[in-house]
Design a protein around this ligand. Structure first.
Ligand code: HEC
Length: 267
């Protein structure tokens, strides 16, 4: 290759850039007592006040300021309405909580004997659509099916190995709204808080994984599962029936040839 002036100057330029990059990247991991070089400080350093620190800005030097007189933080504990100035806030908060109690806790106050009163049905402010039920199905399959089975009969892989038979969601007590176990608010509570009997945790809570909306979606799917077992074939659109009947025939045949389940499990 004929070395022209142009190629030498290009090579020199490359060498300079490479050298420059080497310096810039420095030696990562090397220890130094000097403050780090900041080539692009952007938002590395911001003025801020740390809790419990001093500031010359205020006369009393506190960075943590006290609430000005008559200001009430909304979620503050201790505002009972006994204080005349606190009354409107307390009333407003009670009203808001009353509105949200059903949605956020699945309850509406207490029964005469002091036990919580579960809502019978999913609160009306929650719109139940096919997508909402599908969301419930997805969450149910992820979080519940391992124990309760995809169909809710209590024979998931973990459920079969449980030390006692897991409940069967088709048991009438989970449908009958005159019993607490049949109320949507109770199922919602089981999902969010698990089941604890005599201080012993029987079913783990899923409140960390399922927020209120998602938990109600699981309740909706729970009801859809139950409903699916009691719907007569005549309720299925005629065009869908042959395919469904074929599926049922295949399932019955597969069941007949499968070995019996001897691993315990629910009813
Ligand atoms: C790790 C296993 C496990 C998982 C996962 C699980 N459960 Fe349970 N579930 C149990 C056990 C065990 C019981 C029985 C508790 C008892 O002894 O009363 C139970 C009971 C229930 C009951 C009946 C409560 C009663 O008072 O009769 C419902 C309803 C229920 N589970 C719903 C769900 C739903 C919905 C999910 C998913 C969000 C879920 N469970 C996930 C183990 C599980």
């Amino acid at each position: 290759m004929k070395v022209t002036n142009k190629t030498t100057s290009t090579l020199a330029l490359f060498a300079t850039i490479a050298g420059g990059l080497g310096v810039l990247s420095g030696c990562r991991g090397d220890r130094s007592d000097k403050p780090p070089r900041q080539f692009f400080p952007d938002m590395d350093d911001q003025p801020k006040w740390k809790p419990q620190a001093e500031t010359p800005f205020f006369a009393n030097k506190r960075t943590m300021r006290e609430t000005p007189a008559n200001v009430v933080a909304f979620g503050r504990v201790g505002i009972t309405g006994d204080q005349p100035w606190g009354k409107p806030w307390a009333l407003q908060r009670t009203a808001l909580l009353r509105d949200g109690e059903a949605v956020f806790y699945g309850t509406t106050g207490a029964n005469a004997d002091g036990t919580v009163k579960y809502v019978d049905r999913i609160p009306a402010s929650i719109e139940i659509t096919p997508d909402f039920i599908k969301l419930g199905q997805t969450k149910f399959n992820i979080y519940c099916s391992v124990c309760h089975g995809f169909d809710g009969a209590g024979k998931g892989m973990v459920g079969q190995a449980w030390s006692y038979a897991l409940p069967n969601f088709y048991d009438p007590k989970y449908k009958d709204a005159t019993q607490y176990t049949g109320k949507d608010g109770y199922i919602f509570n089981v999902i969010r808080n698990g089941v604890t009997t005599n201080g012993e945790q029987k079913m783990p809570p899923y409140g960390h994984a399922l927020n209120e909306q998602q938990a109600w979606a699981v309740v909706a799917y729970f009801r859809a599962l139950q409903e699916a077992r009691s719907v007569p074939l005549s309720d299925v659109p005629e065009s869908e029936r042959p395919a469904l009947e074929e599926k049922i025939r295949a399932a019955v045949a597969a069941n007949a040839s499968a070995p019996a389940n001897t691993q315990g499990g629910g009813k």
